[in-house]
Design a protein around this ligand. Structure first.
Ligand SMILES: [Zn+2]
Ligand SMILES: [Zn+2]
Length: 229
């Protein structure tokens, strides 16, 4: 089985993260992962990016955490792939199957609504997973929001969830709608023991393979430490 991190941040891209991209690559290699997907907070979330600059500069800065992680990953033998975490009124959406080129070609992403955003991701062949849909963190999640007709999967184990019942509700939501279930650490820092992920029978070396796994139910298992199940 191959182990993939589906939800993690870098200090270059996310204001709430302290681990730089290169440090994250080293940490995940040491934790025995085969692949990591960097999902920094997008411009509508807790981004580290200066939003007063032109779009090209914003995209450059946003992608730098991924690029630094990838450079280190290439050196140490870890697959590093690109994703992002889009924020909509408390709903956080993990987006896979878009890249820097797509961001540069879509400079109006902050002007379109969440449904149009999801449609564009899907038109580009991507997949969307609703992260921690039942997390209660009232300083930024003012209510629970769901987009069952615009998402492909649900994160049923999140390493940042303080209460197990938030994961249990997410599992119920995934089962009710027949969504692919995923797990992710939501890792922002170096250290700790909340390393979650997904297991696949084939290695994930290209983001299209992970998109296929989400859309076509090819995730063979979820990796969650026993005490957090
Ligand atoms: Zn964060
Ligand atoms: Zn996150």
């Amino acid at each position: 089985m191959y182990k993939t991190e589906t939800h993690m941040h870098t200090a270059e891209g996310s204001a709430c993260a302290s681990a730089a991209g290169a440090q994250q690559a080293e940490q995940y290699k040491a934790q025995g992962y085969d692949t990591i997907i960097i999902t920094d907070h997008f411009f509508n979330g807790n981004t580290a990016v200066d939003r007063s600059q032109p779009w090209e500069g914003m995209v450059e800065q946003f992608c730098s955490g991924y690029e630094n992680a990838k450079k280190r990953g290439d050196e140490i033998g870890l697959n590093v792939l690109f994703g992002l975490e889009y924020a909509w009124e408390g709903a956080d959406l993990l987006v896979y199957g878009v890249d820097k080129k797509w961001l540069l070609e879509n400079p109006d992403l902050m002007q379109i609504n969440v449904r149009e955003f999801c449609d564009r991701v899907h038109a580009n062949g991507g997949a969307i997973v609703h992260a921690h849909p039942f997390r209660e963190a009232h300083w930024y999640i003012f209510d629970l929001k769901f987009l069952p007709w615009h998402t492909d999967g649900v994160e049923i184990y999140n390493g940042g969830n303080a209460e197990k019942v938030w994961n249990e509700r997410a599992k119920w939501y995934a089962e009710q709608y027949g969504f692919t279930a995923t797990a992710g650490s939501d890792c922002h820092h170096i250290g700790g023991d909340r390393f979650f992920g997904v297991l696949t029978e084939e290695p994930i070396t290209d983001i299209a393979q992970y998109v296929d796994a989400v859309k076509n139910k090819k995730i063979a298992g979820l990796y969650v430490p026993e005490k957090y199940k």
